[in-house]
Design a protein around this ligand. Sequence first.
Ligand SMILES: [Ca+2]
Length: 422
Amino acid sequence: MKVRTALCLALIAVPQIPRAADPATVPPGYSLTWADEFDAAAVNTNEWTYRTGKIRPFCIGKPEYVTIEGGAMKVLCARDGENPTGGGLITKRRHRYGYFETRAKMDGGPGFHESMWTTWLGSMQAFSDPSESAKWRDRPKIEIDCFEHYAKHGPQEFSYGIIEWFPAKGSVSRDLHKISGDLARDFHVYGFEFQPDCCNFFFDGELIRTVDVRGLPQNDFHIWLTCIATDKDARPGNGGCLFDYLRCYAIDPAAYPARRDGFLCKLAARSGPTQKSRGTDVWIEAEAFADLGSWEAAWDGGVRTIRGLGPPKAKAPARPAPAKTTVLIPERGRYRLWVRARDFATNMPASRFFSVAVGGKRSDARFGTHRKDGFEWQDGGLFDLEKGKIMVEIIDASRYYARCDKLLLTTDTDFRPDSKSR
Ligand SMILES: [Ca+2]
């Protein structure tokens, strides 16, 4: 394989930075499709765009801050007059599914933020053309953060996760990973595997997290290798963040189903047994309502929800409108309504409440008033329903950031759903 041959030659030619054994960190079934080993004399601008301009009001990115040294790409961490330096490289190539890996050493200086992450197609044009930016604003999209070594992080920890930007906004997952080594003293290998079913995060070849991505937007992305200052007083540590390479892999389609099934079993085990009453159940996800009204889809602690309005602003008093959807009741009978809502134990408990109406009849209960941290099921009382289509509404009664995850209508009126289970 041509790419592999070039890679092996590069490994022999540039001994300055000892490399980890190539295949050991790569998941089984994957083979290399593209790589930049950063062994050339200069950045290959056919493949890469520089991150430039004002990154924060105080951090300035310039192409000259990005150099190739000793077989690695270096983003300079220094002071340029008043400003801390920053920047990095962004792939021109688009990717979607595969395994992506870098080997990197943090600068480690206070105030610098080193990262490998992704942005959606269209994010690149947004830099120079506002109309392009508007065009892409409302398209479903996620960002994958393979690693983020924030200024607040010590040399033994980094965070990683997935953010959905549209239609629901918020963190799908966000984890902190702690190690026994030193991220600024040694090179470590950071990788993520993105496939239609799950996203796996790896550190030094070890799987550290599997995230369920079924139901999330899945967009083509560019990969960013960057280091910026998030503090105007940022002080260099090593004088730069080093990226040894970026390697991209694709899985053999014949090998994928077996690998996927292993992770799907893991995800199913984590979410607990599927809840079922002894009667007829109708489950309704709030974010799946046909008309969200003034509610918006949002993530809250890894739960996909809808979020109500905040207090009215004097200049733009948005009017609350209920979320509405049609639900098919499979048989005539007496149903108990359950609603899974968010509340807080100490931060203004029971102030983010909402109401629910089933078939035009409003439940007497207020939801979001359980006074516990997180999402809990609350009893909404009994409804006598005919077979056929009925309207269900979620009414933003508090107008104070209420959050609703899902609803259940069940003919087993003694059934109580488990709040720990999704
Ligand atoms: Ca939900």
